[in-house]
Ligand binder design. Structure first.
Ligand SMILES: Nc1nc(=O)c2c([nH]1)NC[C@@H]1CN(c3ccc(C(=O)N[C@@H](CCC(=O)O)C(=O)O)cc3)C=[N+]21
Length: 290
């Protein structure tokens, strides 16, 4: 029987351990970690995610400060806000919700966030640190995937991991993390010629492409562990339904373990954001190490 990995339950454990450490900091008279969440415009999906982030912050004992800006905000206003957040000692982590509305230069804005407060791990400094194995803030989604894989498989060394997708926010950092764990890593993408044959070699398959139910059982090796990063909203009988990048029903009988959508990677992403905020806060307080 395949294991359906309960991302919600694992996330709950991660958040509980963050909450415990936060409580210890506060008991020692240190400042409670603070996370600033910047939401530009009124994209419906973004509102749901931001609400989840704020609710989880409360559970972790992290103070969250929400900044909502109109979709037509000027780039300069947004950059000035980031400068203020960078300078504020109440704020340990800064997250600018993506995607940004048209007309804003995403690269310029993300680069403005102080690398020490970059809890998304998207700043080029953190990207470079991750790929060279230096201490860094690691992107939340791939970190969440790694935690679930380690919980399922223990040591990952020598496993063949196939990452489907090469985005800066998931595919590339996922590959870097798996390589760091001594996996043999293959990254496949839209221009790859023999995707299905490559996927069929995977002990671990991470799907992060944003194409509903693209990965089928016929692509998989018997007993593979499958992590589904896709969150695709579909209309079924007039109702909003979320499906992943993996055809879950088709693949279930062939895998040894698989994450569901919802209830898999999504909650882990938010839990890792809490973890990153704690790590950033501790470094800013002068704790050494991780
Ligand atoms: N700067 C930035 N950092 C991000 O980490 C970031 C972002 N921008 N933009 C959007 C994506 C998406 N994302 C999700 C987080 C949690 C769920 C989540 O909790 N999903 C629930 C379901 C929620 C629902 O019902 O829609 C689940 O999968 O169980 C989903 C998606 C973070 N992102």
């Amino acid at each position: 029987m395949a294991t359906i990995i309960d991302g919600k339950a694992v996330a709950f454990e991660v958040v509980a351990s963050v909450a415990k450490e936060v409580a210890t900091l506060v008991e020692q008279g240190l400042q409670r970690p603070g996370l600033a969440v910047v939401l530009v415009g009124d994209d419906a999906a973004s509102q749901v995610y931001v609400r989840n982030k704020i609710r989880t912050s409360e559970q972790a004992g992290i103070t969250s400060i929400e900044h909502r800006l109109a979709a037509d905000v000027s780039q300069q206003t947004l950059l000035t806000l980031i400068d203020e957040l960078n300078a504020s000692d109440q704020v340990n982590g800064i997250l600018v919700q993506l995607p940004l509305p048209d007309g804003l230069d995403e690269k310029l804005i993300l680069e403005r966030i102080s690398p020490a407060k970059d809890v998304d791990g998207f700043h080029p400094m953190n990207v470079g640190a991750l790929s060279s194995g230096l201490p860094s803030l690691v992107p939340c989604t791939p970190q969440g995937c790694l935690i679930m894989l380690q919980q399922q498989l223990g040591d990952l060394s020598g496993k063949h991991a196939v990452v489907v997708g090469r985005s800066n926010i998931v595919g590339k950092p996922m590959a870097a993390l798996l390589l760091q764990q001594s996996c043999t890593v293959t990254v496949v993408h839209s221009r790859t010629k023999n995707i299905e044959q490559l996927c069929a070699q995977a002990d671990i398959l991470v799907a992060a492409v944003g194409r509903p139910e693209m990965v089928k059982a016929s692509w998989l090796k018997e007993g593979a562990v499958v992590i589904d990063v896709g969150i695709n909203a579909q209309e079924v009988d007039g109702k909003r339904k979320l499906v992943g990048d993996v055809d879950f029903a088709d693949c279930l009988a062939k895998v040894s373990a698989i994450t569901p959508v919802p209830g898999g990677v999504g909650p882990m992403t938010i839990a890792c954001l809490m973890q990153n905020t704690l790590i950033a806060a501790k470094r800013q307080l002068g704790f050494s190490g991780n």
